[in-house]
Design a protein around this ligand. Structure first.
Ligand code: GLN
Length: 208
């Protein structure tokens, strides 16, 4: 099979590390800023950064529709941290800045921004995600930076991992979202998992 083409939204934030990680796993990964760079990809990663800024830039660069169309075509999309927030249907905030930010509304979840609180702005931990590590496998390393928590999930949303009882990794069909940054650890299993979802989607598309 040829290399899967993965667009990493390159408007703001932490996109280079995702590109490096995906390239290391054999994908053709590139920074995407134009609608056609999204539409020609087999899958998309929306990185961490600042979700209000990413949301505004999605509007300014006219990318909301091309991302929604990619999702309608069944292309896998994975949002990390701010990317998870931008994918959500409902956003709350633990800071004074509330609501009103543009979102793609592709993941049926309520997400609370900066939900781990100011004292623990950023931390690294291990989490159990059996779907990725296998039951009893080495836990995943995860880096949380001013991270959101998923407060509610819709019926079609599967919880892939929690941390201290808080939902931090979800999947709805081919849309994935994590509160944490897997690209900032040595562990590449989350990216491998995303690429396996992309592979499955390519098989389905070719069979049609
Ligand atoms: N706190 C940021 C936000 O609300 C997300 C932080 C991150 O992506 N690491 O958008």
């Amino acid at each position: 099979m040829s290399k899967p083409k993965i667009a990493v939204l390159g408007l703001q934030g932490d996109f280079h590390k995702h590109i490096e990680r995906l390239a290391g796993l054999g994908a053709h990964a590139y920074a995407a800023r134009l609608p056609e760079e999204i539409s020609e990809a087999d899958g998309l990663i929306i990185p961490g950064g600042e979700s209000t800024t990413i949301g505004k830039l999605l509007v300014r660069y006219n990318l909301l529709d091309s991302i929604r169309t990619a999702s309608d075509f069944g292309k896998p999309i994975y949002g990390t941290c701010a990317g998870l927030i931008v994918l959500a249907t409902r956003i709350t905030s633990s800071t004074s800045e509330r609501g009103g930010q543009p979102t793609l509304g592709l993941l049926d979840i309520t997400v609370s921004r900066n939900a781990f609180g100011r004292q623990i702005d950023s931390f690294e931990s291990t989490i159990d995600a059996p779907i990725i590590t296998g039951v009893g496998g080495k836990p995943l390393s995860a880096v949380f930076i001013r991270a959101p928590i998923v407060e509610e999930v819709g019926n079609n949303v599967q919880v892939l991992a929690s941390y201290n009882g808080n939902i931090v990794f979800v999947r709805q069909d081919r849309i994935l979202g994590s509160s944490f940054h897997p690209e900032l650890t040595d562990d590449d299993r989350v990216h491998q998992y995303f690429l396996s979802v992309v592979d499955e989607s390519l098989v389905t598309v070719t069979q049609h």
